[in-house]
Design a protein around this ligand. Sequence first.
Ligand SMILES: Cc1cc2nc3c(=O)[nH]c(=O)nc-3n(C[C@H](O)[C@H](O)[C@H](O)COP(=O)(O)OP(=O)(O)OC[C@H]3O[C@@H](n4cnc5c(N)ncnc54)[C@H](O)[C@@H]3O)c2cc1C
Length: 611
Amino acid sequence: MSKITRRNFINGTLLAAGATMLPYGCTSDRVLKILDHLYYPPALTGLRGSHPGSNTHAHKRAWDKKSDWGSTTKLKEEYDLIVVGGGISGLSAAYFYLQKHGTNKKVLILDNHDDFGGHAKRNEHTINGNTRLTYGGSQTLVDPQSSGKLIEDLFTDLGINLERFKSAYDLGFFKRNNLSAVTYFNKETFGEDKVVKHSFCNYPNYVEGLPGAKISNEEAVQQAPLSEKGKKQLLIVLKGGLHKIKVPKEELQEYISKNSYYDYLKKTLGVDDPGLMKMARNSGLDWASSGTDLMTIAAAKSCGALGFAPKAVYDENNPYIHHFPDGNATLSRSLVKKMIPQIGKGNNAEELVLSKFHYDELDKSSNNTRIRLNSTVVNVRHSGDPKNSSEVFVNYINDSKSYIVKGKGVVMACYNMMIPHIVSGLPLEQEEALRLQMKSPLQYTTVGLKNWKAIKDIGMGLAMSPGNMHQAVLMDFPVSMGGYEYTKTPNDPCVIQMISCPYGTVGMPRKEQFREARHKMLSLQFNDYEIEIRNHLNGMFSNDLFNFDRDVESITVNRWAHGYAVGGPENSTKIGRQPFGRITIANSDSAPNADALVAVKMAYRAVNELG
Ligand SMILES: Cc1cc2nc3c(=O)[nH]c(=O)nc-3n(C[C@H](O)[C@H](O)[C@H](O)COP(=O)(O)OP(=O)(O)OC[C@H]3O[C@@H](n4cnc5c(N)ncnc54)[C@H](O)[C@@H]3O)c2cc1C
């Protein structure tokens, strides 16, 4: 069996994929790296998301308290606004600033990644010359119709037409192809590789148009590769047992909002089968940013964990269909296009779907708005007393060289818990509050397949996969727009998504679990992921129809060590996000709410706080 050596060299490096960064002296006072015309990060595969090298300087600052960055070049550039972080919030901050103060203002956006968009990144997989689009993180606009006038106006200005999704999202795709929610039990955990046409939880219900279980609870339990005792217990759990809780009816709500789901499974329902507990643990996946071991019964119920009957996640007035082929990357790209029109062709969001962006336009000295990638901010300080200072100095590292640039104001649109490590002189209470903010790790792996015959064969729209690193595998959302066509037949190439919520040791507090999982995530190499994905797909699909080496074209592992905004103790987020002199704070963390449109709103607030 041939090893996929062609992928071993794409381990998150730029050069190997044909994109290059050339040394470039653009003004007499600096030598920066700029992005040449081949630089095109969306097409990179291998380790992406928080790609290797992206966190190096931030971690040196936060973990090792590094403050001496060697000789530092003071740039002659001066900006009206400097934005730290080029995710949706940072891009929106720049956009709102220009809207408020005029498009002739000078804005610089700095981001540590090699691509803009933060979590809202585009992944491209080219399979036999056919480019498939997908998302590396932030994927769908959640409930955009009711997010208010600010968002409505933004969408009008960017040319995002929500009506368009009604026809662009192919609601009949899954049913037409007989694909539904299934569960894959792997041999290592359950003793045999088996696919059962039932999801045993509510998770797959958010995928609009995806049919649920194809067989009854009883049939599914019989087919599940559990011990006889485990099967009996699974049936009890599926039948639901809230009525078995021995408290007066009027006290039930309070009871379930205070008591642990794990205790409920173990003590009230008598579950002790280890396989069943594995199924339960990740049955909420990312809905509540923790494994079910940390949930109350009420939380587990509301995220549809094992044992809670399927219910619609979104109603018909609020369908989960607002998905561009590259997810919310289209929102990032639309914002960039608005501020740097020469970045690519297209007059509205739909026309941008297939528009190839020219990254060498991002940081041209002739731009009013410049986006500087691969630039980690390590220090932000006022000149003099923050109360009446009119200047802020921003120190960043690009290609291991240290630069300082000056702005009249700064919006920190980066991870909020990083701010105390970067911003000098913060009031103690604010600093402590910011340190308490949490983010959950999350991983979206996208896999380019030459065809999906094996997927059709097992009827998989989405496969829950207890015991695997990727606890869910799904066909991408069936959306065609802007000339981009979603995969049509099982003979055609497609991209699948593999979702991993890497929580830590059961029983540990949430913050510790995040830390443990984050550490493990960052310590793995591409090869480790490839082995995991190989075993997962080989075990799930028929060997007659699927051959990993033959059928897998590309793998992109989008690791988000700092993923969903989770927040901290009560009020800490609000205390943390207070303006500090000429520095204000945005990012979805400052809400806290892991939501693209909230990230936009936080940017609007932060820009207005600057005055
Ligand atoms: C896997 C995943 C899936 C998601 N799916 C959805 C979804 O479907 N719908 C939805 O609404 N939301 C979703 N989210 C939530 C997502 O966080 C928001 O949608 C949105 O993208 C957040 O934008 P942001 O700008 O606030 O933060 P980010 O996207 O995190 O952007 C912040 C940027 O600042 C950079 N930065 C940090 N420190 C520094 C520094 N020192 N110097 C320079 N730059 C720095 C970061 O690297 C990052 O690029 C998802 C998140 C993840 C991780």
